[in-house]
Design a protein around this ligand. Structure first.
Ligand code: PMP
Length: 460
């Protein structure tokens, strides 16, 4: 594809100096990066002037859409007043105080305290240390093991990547670190179909794998279980309804702490303020990032339940913290973002209006010859492309069908993400009915183009 001289110069400089996350740089240098220059509402524009419907909200984060003036004004005002001060050494800053009270108000009742970081990864790293410190103080020092799930995602730092269950990440850097083990994910298509049980029965079976692992490790050695209410980066894996309540029952039975990673599902994405409310759990920790500021500035954190605070902060220091914990500008933007969400009653709008609308529109893609399991939960959705859906036959991995489809999405003005042959979306919460129609129309166009490609290449 020929591009303007300006884009070509940017691509050249990008490839000369910029190391991107999760990127094959030889491949990137050949293709040249797509330079995103501007955003408004649910759309972004690239340096060639192409308008693209951003069905991934940036990276699951721009919940209130691009160009929200109240967030921009909040950042500008706080930059002028006080761009930075720390919260170490018995000092504090007003925006962090205000945000903490707001978070205590909108989170489930067991949460009245928050610890800040700047990302989801750091938030999960924080939890690993908090959990172990908690059990030390309780006099159960042997409770060290945290159980996560295969294909779960909890970040890229050493603890985050270890808690996650991505084999491609574990292969690099000798992960997971000791004391972290994993169980299989509650993915019906992959792990349930072959068992010949209903989805609800499968949910109980998949939760039972937690109990099996607890018994294997030794109940007195398990500290906590961590999971995303809906697995995001793993491909929008929506668990059966029976799964999370059973996980909660098992955690309660063995006195194990439950960590809900709300980095994607928090702040309204599932049509409740937090994903655990949709799934029916009562976690001891919730980690968050992304949607707390709609991605306008980096901010993450961990909500810590009263049960844990009572032990951990009763006396003495917990020797943990970041320079940017409670960063005043990031917190001011988060306050403005949450106030805007409340003013627009966006969580109820998602639950009662736009999410049901998306569910119906997205499910209409199931009639496409390539598509099965076009499902959604709140404002996340996924579908899988199969070679022969009547026989449940998958494509060969080497055919890279997901990447072919992703390319056609971009070419047609739509950002959809590919995870293997699953195509996934997480549109801004502010998306309208008309924009949902446009999104699904563009997705169908990309699927049609993918189908013709696959026929041409004799893959099907
Ligand atoms: N947890 C979950 C569930 C995530 O989806 C992500 C990021 N996609 C993270 C943690 C890590 O967040 P960050 O990239 O901000 O470190």
């Amino acid at each position: 594809m020929t591009v303007s001289a300006k884009t070509a110069a940017l691509q050249k400089a990008d490839s000369a100096h910029y190391l991107h996350p999760f990127t094959d740089h030889v491949d990137l240098a050949k293709k040249g990066a797509r330079i995103i220059t501007r955003g408004e509402g649910v759309y972004v524009w690239d340096s060639e002037g192409n308008k693209i419907l951003d069905a991934m909200s940036g990276l699951w984060c721009v919940s209130m859409g691009y160009g929200q003036k109240s967030l921009i004004d909040a950042a500008t005002a706080q930059m002028n007043i006080l761009p930075f001060y720390n919260s170490f050494f018995n000092t504090s800053v007003e925006p962090a105080i205000e945000l903490s009270a707001l978070l205590a108000e909108i989170t489930p009742p067991q949460f009245n305290h928050v610890f800040y970081s700047s990302s989801g990864s750091e938030s999960n790293d924080t939890i690993l240390r908090m959990v172990r410190r908690y059990w030390d103080l309780k006099g159960e020092k042997q409770r060290k093991t945290i159980i996560g799930r295969k294909n779960g995602y909890h970040g890229s730092t050493v603890a985050g990547a270890s808690l996650g269950g991505m084999t491609s990440m574990h292969e690099q850097g000798d992960l997971p670190i000791p004391g972290i083990v994993h169980i299989d994910q509650p993915y019906y298509r992959e792990n349930g179909l072959k068992l010949g049980v209903s989805e609800d029965e499968f949910g109980l079976i998949a939760a039972g794998w937690l109990e099996d692992k607890i018994k294997e490790v030794g109940a007195d050695k398990v500290a906590a279980f961590i999971g995303e209410p809906v697995q995001g980066a793993g491909g929008v894996i929506i668990p059966p309804k029976t799964y999370w309540p059973e996980i909660q029952r098992i955690c309660d039975k063995y006195g194990i702490l439950l960590i809900s990673d709300e980095v994607i599902c928090g702040f309204g994405r599932l049509g409740t303020w937090f994903g655990c409310e949709t799934m029916g759990t009562r976690p001891d920790f919730m980690t968050f990032a992304k949607g707390v500021t709609s991605g306008y500035l980096p901010l993450g954190g961990a909500m810590v339940s009263d049960r844990v605070v009572d032990v951990l902060y009763k006396d003495g220091d917990f020797n943990h913290g970041y320079t940017y914990s409670g960063h005043p500008v990031a917190c001011a933007v988060a306050v403005a973002n949450i106030k805007l969400m409340k003013e627009q009653d966006i969580v109820n709008t998602v639950k009662n209006d736009t999410a049901p609308y998306l569910k119906k529109a997205w499910a209409s893609l199931n009639d496409h010859p390539l598509v099965t399991d076009a499902q959604s939960e709140g404002m996340v959705a996924g579908l899988i492309m199969l070679k022969d859906k009547t026989k449940n036959e998958a494509f060969d991995e080497k055919d890279n069908v997901g990447m072919i489809c992703r390319g056609h999405c971009f070419d047609n003005g739509l950002v959809m993400r590919a995870v293997g042959d699953r195509m996934i979306i997480a549109p801004p919460l502010v998306i309208s009915h008309a924009e949902i129609d446009e999104l699904v129309g563009l997705a169908r166009k990309a699927l049609d183009a993918t189908l013709s490609d696959l026929k041409e290449k004799k893959i099907i």
